[in-house]
Design a protein around this ligand. Structure first.
Ligand code: AP5
Ligand code: MG
Length: 231
C-alpha cells in the first residue's frame, strides 16, 4: 500500500509481541503496527494456515491439531519461527502475533532475540472479556484471495460476502466453530495465560484495552510502543 509505505515511521528495532486470547484482535493490531513501521508481521497461525493450504508435510501435521483447537508442538513452531526471524527483513524489528504461546516458546524466543542482537521485547497484552471474544470470532470472515479480515457485526464489507479490496469470497475459519473456539480458549488459559506473569515480572508487558474499536485500540498500541521504544 503506497500511502502506508509513505507513512512508515522509524522502525523501533524491537520485537513487538501481541499476547491475548483468540479474538482479542492480535492479527488486526499486528497488521496495522507492522504497516506503520514497515516491518514484517509474523503470525504463526497464518504460517500454519499457509502450510495447510499448500498441503506441505508440516501442514498435514498441524491441520488436525488446529481443527481440535489445540496447540501445535513447540519444536514445530520453533523451527518455523527461528527460520523466519533469521531472514534479513527482520533486521529492523518485527511484530509477533500468536507467538510465543507456551513458556518453552517464550524462553526460546529470549535466546533468539539475544542471538540476533535485539533488546527486550515490547509485549502488548490485549485484554477483552469472553462474551466479546465469542461474538468477534463468530462474526469473523476472511478473504480467500488476500486474507483481509472483516467482521459481519463490527467491520462488515461493502458487499456482503465479498472482499472490498479484490472482490474475493469471504469465508469463515474452520476453527471458529463454537466448540473449537471453547477448546482454543481453554488452551489459552492453560498454556498461554502464564506468559502474562512471565513478561509482567520482567517489566516488559503493557495491558491494552482490547474492547475499544479498532482505531482506538490502535492509538493505544502506537502510544505504548513509542513510549517503550524511547525508554
Ligand atoms: P491463531 O491464528 O494465532 O489464532 P488465535 O490465537 O486463536 O487468535 P485469532 O486469530 O482467532 O484472533 P486474533 O486475536 O488474531 O483476532 P483478530 O484480529 O482476527 O492460531 C490458530 C491455531 O494455530 C492455534 O489454535 C494453534 O493450533 C496454532 N498455532 C498458532 N500459533 C501457535 C503457536 N505459537 N504455538 C502452537 N500452536 C500455534 O480479530 C477477530 C475478529 O474481531 C475479526 O473479525 C476482527 O475484524 C474483529 N476485531 C478485531 N479487533 C476488533 C475491535 N477492536 N473491535 C471490533 N472488532 C474487532
Ligand atoms: Mg489472528
Amino acid at each position: 500500500m503506497g500511502s502506508a509505505a509513505a507513512m512508515a515511521r522509524t522502525a523501533p528495532q524491537r520485537a513487538l509481541i501481541f499476547l491475548g486470547p483468540p479474538g482479542a484482535g492480535k492479527g488486526t493490531q499486528a497488521r496495522l503496527i507492522a504497516e506503520r513501521y514497515g516491518v514484517p508481521h509474523l503470525s504463526t497461525g497464518d504460517m500454519f494456515r499457509d502450510h495447510v493450504r499448500r498441503d506441505t508435510e508440516l501442514g498435514r501435521r498441524a491441520r488436525p491439531i488446529m481443527e481440535r483447537g489445540e496447540l501445535v508442538p513447540d519444536e514445530i513452531v520453533l523451527g518455523m519461527v527461528e527460520e523466519r526471524i533469521a531472514r534479513p527483513d527482520c533486521r529492523m524489528g518485527f511484530v509477533l502475533d500468536g507467538f510465543p504461546r507456551t513458556l518453552a516458546q517464550a524462553e526460546a524466543l529470549d535466546r533468539l532475540l539475544e542471538a540476533h542482537g535485539f533488546g527486550r521485547p515490547v509485549v502488548l497484552h490485549l485484554v477483552a472479556d469472553e462474551a466479546l471474544l465469542l461474538r468477534r470470532l463468530a462474526g469473523r470472515r476472511t478473504c480467500k484471495l488476500c486474507g483481509a479480515v472483516y467482521n459481519i457485526y463490527d467491520r462488515p464489507p461493502q458487499v456482503p460476502g465479498r472482499c472490498d479490496l479484490d472482490g474475493g469470497e469471504l469465508v469463515e475459519r474452520p476453527d471458529d466453530r463454537e466448540e473449537v473456539v471453547r477448546q482454543r480458549l481453554a488452551s489459552y488459559h492453560r498454556q498461554t495465560r502464564p506468559l502474562v506473569d512471565y513478561y509482567r515480572a520482567r517489566g516488559v508487558l503493557v495491558d491494552v484495552d482490547g474492547t475499544a474499536d479498532i482505531e482506538a485500540v490502535s492509538r493505544q498500541v502506537v502510544a505504548l510502543v513509542e513510549r517503550a521504544a524511547a525508554s
